[in-house]
Write a protein of this length. Structure first.
Ligand SMILES: [Zn+2]
Ligand SMILES: [Zn+2]
Length: 142
């Protein structure tokens, strides 16, 4: 037999599960169960809504991004930045290392700020190693 303490204030009587209140306080039980149900229900609804929203928003954004990376505008931008930065990883440079790279990275990820996707000041050459580290980092911070 499993027991717990009655949930009524200052009542320390033990009640048998699945009850939450002793006989004396049993009328409080229905209200308690109802409030619990209401909470868990609204919680579920909230969660479902949030999940829906991410799902609905994520797909068009992904498609939009894919289109952008295929565009002439992006190819041109890429070339400009690669030439301007001499194909050198800008993240390595700040640490005094000279490493070649041919990937262009958005310093501020475009998922975070899509308006910076074609902002030259937000673009940097990055080497594979830094790219991997930065992606890990962004995953945790954005
Ligand atoms: Zn009680
Ligand atoms: Zn690097």
């Amino acid at each position: 037999m499993e027991v717990r303490q009655c949930r009524a204030l200052n009542c320390h009587k033990l009640v048998e599960l699945p009850h939450y209140y002793c006989d004396e306080h049993r009328e409080l039980e229905a209200a308690y169960l109802q409030s619990r149900m209401k909470w868990s229900h609204s919680h579920d609804k909230q969660y479902a809504k949030r999940y829906d929203k991410t799902k609905r928003v994520a797909t068009p954004i992904k498609r939009e991004q894919h289109k952008f990376y295929k565009s002439k505008q992006w190819q041109d931008l890429r070339t400009v930045v690669l030439n301007k930065q001499h194909y050198l990883c800008q993240y390595c440079l700040t640490e005094g290392r000279v490493t070649q790279g041919n990937t262009i990275d958005h310093t501020i990820p475009i998922n975070f700020d899509p308006t910076k996707k074609d902002d030259v000041n937000n673009l940097n050459v990055i080497c594979p190693e830094c790219h991997r580290l930065k992606t890990d980092w962004e995953y945790k911070h954005y």
